[in-house]
Design a protein around this ligand. Structure first.
Ligand code: HEM
Length: 446
């Protein structure tokens, strides 16, 4: 069985610059090197403590499924102060109870309601996009998805003042970016400090809006959270609603932006695939239903392939609460554990030419994702598996179909966006694309 001494004796071969910097520089290369040197469990020096990197789908699956209940969520160390009591940061019976209540806000019926609001909201947002060469797609998408989140998640209680919208957006970014902070206490001007202020701003903002959200009795997520209950009649307190809203807005915002931005990149490199999915988008009616959006097989393959190539959440965090073993390797109690979902997406044992954009690998004839239950796991697994998966899928499809019917875009041959991996991955150059409006189609769908 594992012990602290065997763990300490397991020598890490990570460069002296340390795990955090190696990760930020190039997470996939780090994961590959660790897997080659150590196998499925690798010790990596990180701020505070050595972290166990769990690599490959067998080991990732074992930790996520958590058969012997050796792991709890490990996010508290990374983003605890900022996403305090969000669902992903809860454990055990309390997590199950909150998850049951929260699921009531994401039933099929509710998602249909959000989708009906989503379509016109995306159309409105895209009105402000102008064709241009060097159009910075990533920041435009980030603003768009935040606006959508405040409309779909907050309904009538939206942020009217653009300066306030900017402050809220900044607060989210600051909270998310704290995950990669090397100095993990607030010093004026540092990341931790900005995130602490960001959290306080979000709490104030949502607490102020909560009475209106409750009284409105609306069908947006905020209003719904003030009244949903589980089958035993358990409900959220006001503070629970605020905590869940902060986490949900974050969870929905950056991950969706990441998927759509990755799709804009790969479709921008591949005009053939872009035309293929555009044809599907053009065949949709003006206000597609959830069912119609779910019946777009080419777009479905493209989205899965983009989430394989750039997993919006490349790693999920756990902490061992007792001595345990994963894939035969010891992990002692107290070890911070990084479940490396992204590596599994690139292992040649499970994928043909994993570096290549090849959506057909998800076609019924190939289904490479079935090579292992955890070969493709962008939404995680086990009790913390993404609760917003179905909603996110609809949001991504709505966004991409509207983009495809309004614009054609390309990126220069050979262009590879430089990525930040401080927290969730994003292109630091803003993903410049050559964006051209499609005027004839624009009139048809708007
Ligand atoms: C492409 C989009 C998305 C991706 C790739 C994604 C990925 C993930 C992953 C990997 C986890 C598991 C974290 C863990 O195991 O510790 C997770 C959890 C979660 N996600 Fe998502 N997510 C996405 C969109 C969304 C959206 C749109 C929402 C809300 C509407 C959402 C809400 C949540 C919640 C509430 C949890 C915590 C579940 C729990 O702890 O029980 N996500 N997500």
């Amino acid at each position: 069985m594992a012990s602290a001494s065997t763990w300490v004796r397991a020598k890490s071969k990570v460069p002296v610059i340390g795990g955090t910097l190696a990760y930020m520089h190039d997470p996939l290369t780090l994961m590959r090197q660790l897997y080659a040197r150590h196998g499925p469990v690798a010790p990596v020096p990180m701020p505070g403590a050595t972290t166990a990197f769990v690599l490959g789908p067998d080991a990732c699956g074992a930790v996520l499924q958590n058969g012997d209940k050796a792991f709890v969520n490990g996010w508290t160390l990374l983003v605890g102060p900022f996403f305090h009591r969000g669902l992903m940061l809860l454990d055990g019976a309390e997590h199950m109870q909150h998850r049951r209540i929260l699921l009531q806000a994401f039933t099929r019926e509710r998602i249909e309601g959000y989708t009906a609001a989503l379509h016109p909201a995306v159309a409105r947002e895209l009105e402000s996009w102008q064709g241009a060469s060097g159009f910075r797609a990533y920041p435009a998408l980030k603003t768009l998805t935040l606006n959508l989140a405040t409309q779909i998640f907050m309904g009538g209680h939206r942020i009217g003042d653009p300066a306030e919208l900017d402050r809220v957006n900044r607060a989210f970014i600051d909270c998310v970016q704290a995950a990669g902070a090397i100095v993990r206490r607030a010093v004026p001007g540092n990341r931790w400090y900005r995130a602490t202020r960001g959290r306080a701003l979000l709490e104030r903002f949502l607490t102020d809006q909560l009475p209106a959200a409750r009284d409105a009795g609306g069908n947006d997520v905020f209003s719904v959270l003030t009244r949903v209950e589980d089958e035993d009649g358990a409900r959220f307190s006001d503070m629970d609603v605020v905590n869940h809203m902060i986490f949900l807005l974050m969870a929905a915002h950056d991950t969706t932006t990441s998927t759509v931005s990755t799709a804009m990149y790969y479709l921008g490199r591949d005009p053939e695939w872009q035309e293929r999915v555009r044809a599907e988008a053009l065949a949709l009616g003006p206000d597609p239903t959830v069912r119609q959006l779910n019946e777009l097989p080419d777009l479905d393959m493209v989205i899965r392939e983009c989430q394989r190539l750039v997993a919006p959440v490349p790693v999920v965090a756990r902490q061992a609460v007792k001595d345990t073993e994963v894939a035969g390797r010891p992990i002692p109690a107290g070890t911070q554990t990084a479940v490396c979902l992204q590596l599994s997406h690139y292992l040649p044992e499970y994928w043909t030419r994993p570096e290549t954009f090849d959506p057909e690998r998800f076609s019924p004839a190939r289904r490479e994702d079935r090579s292992h239950r955890f070969a493709w796991a962008p939404f995680g697994g086990g009790v913390h598996k993404c609760l917003g998966m179905a909603f996110s899928d609809i949001e991504v499809r709505t966004l991409l179909t509207q983009l495809l019917t309004r614009f054609r875009w390309s990126v220069p041959a050979g262009y590879v966006p430089p990525m930040s991996n401080v927290s969730l991955p994003f292109p630091t150059d803003g993903l410049p694309v050559d964006l051209r409006a499609l005027p004839a189609v624009r009139t048809r769908t708007s």
